[in-house]
Design a protein around this ligand. Structure first.
Ligand code: MTE
Length: 328
């Protein structure tokens, strides 16, 4: 299992370029680690683990409700490889609230998704709290087939169901000083125990963030389902981010809050390992992770990961024509 190298305190970014809250969060995280005598080399954390036999995964089909009358968006209907087997995509997961292994799907059934609300707050003209059912009636639901690329160099192809993030952006009308957006996942230590003893050192709740222009890009998607069904809990029910040109950790699961902010927010993995999990985190074959290459990726399939097909990584995960201009 790869180990995260936690930065030395003097490597923490200057608070001038982060918000005060983000700086204080980071400092608290480091202080907790040092106070507990935990050194970087002892932290058994990974962004995405890729080991394990994923073939022992019988799918309990029908566990979530199927969408009716679903239309696949023809602009996002095909990629250069087969759609990942549903049994793999729904039984080979990362959800640290429920453990640090891939096999969390049963534990994740504890997520209380009934009467789910999503609060949209911060620098918007229309702050509001959406009920998840209303959200799915308000915005037209469609299917999109996207490549999905984990920072640890495994990849899938998933048919997501949901709606473009830009529709929600238009609905809440960001104020002119809003530059960033923070997404917060559900967290309650009684329900989301985390990965064992080390959980106390994680900067819960899981948060992610992006620039407002990225959120308004046509590709940025809120998923409410996959494979024609409502999202299973292990995949982030009832609402998660899907940003196909970025590494998978950028997509927060089980979102309860969306905030429009002026300053770049602190985020979960970037707080834990700023040199390993960048805020921007665009898929880039030419930018190696400090501890491994990103030049190629392994396509998740049956059997052990060493037997999976390998392919060259594509810049922006193959979505450069949509997003490269955001970074020029
Ligand atoms: N969201 C939350 N709340 N907690 C997590 O641990 N893991 C991230 C991302 N979103 C994670 C999360 C990582 S590292 C990956 S690769 C993807 O979810 C995995 O999504 P999947 O299980 O649907 O494949």
């Amino acid at each position: 299992m790869p180990l995260i190298r936690v930065s030395k305190p003097w490597e923490i970014p200057d608070p001038q370029i982060t918000s005060e809250t983000s700086f204080l969060n980071r400092r608290r995280f480091m202080t907790n680690l040092i106070g507990a005598g935990v050194t970087a080399s002892l932290l058994p954390l990974t962004g995405c683990q890729s080991s394990g036999d994923s073939s022992k995964t019988a799918l309990d089909k029908g566990s979530t409700q199927a969408y009716s009358g679903l239309t696949r968006n023809s602009n996002f209907a095909k990629v250069d490889r087969a759609i990942t087997d549903e049994a793999l995509a729904t039984k080979y997961n990362n959800f640290y609230e429920y453990g640090g292994t891939k096999s969390i799907w049963q534990a994740a059934q504890a997520m209380p998704t009934e009467n789910w609300k999503v609060e949209v707050a911060g620098l918007v003209k229309n702050p509001r709290t959406y009920d998840i059912d209303d959200l799915q009636k308000k915005f037209p639901i469609e299917e999109r087939v996207y490549r999905f690329r984990c920072v640890e160099a495994w990849a899938m192809v998933v048919p997501w169901v949901g709606f473009p993030m830009k529709l929600l952006v238009a609905d809440v009308e960001p104020q002119s000083n809003a530059k960033f957006v923070r997404f917060t996942s559900f967290y309650d230590p009684k329900i989301t125990p985390g990965p064992g003893l080390m959980s106390q050192f994680y900067p819960w709740p899981y948060t992610e963030g992006m620039r407002i222009e990225e959120m308004a890009n046509d590709l940025a998607f809120f998923a409410t389902g996959l494979y024609g069904r409502q999202l299973p809990k292990q995949n982030g029910a009832p609402l998660r981010q899907v940003i196909p040109w970025k590494y998978g950790f950028k997509g927060a699961k089980s979102i309860v809050k969306i905030e429009f902010l002026e300053k770049q927010p602190a985020t979960f993995w970037n707080t834990i390992g700023p040199n390993e999990y960048a805020f921007e985190a665009n898929v880039n074959p030419n930018k190696p992770h400090p501890r491994w290459s990103q030049a190629s990726e392994r396509i998740v399939g049956p059997g052990n990961s060493w037997s999976w097909e390998t392919r060259p990584t594509l810049p922006y995960n193959g979505y450069g024509e949509y997003v490269a201009s955001l970074y020029s």
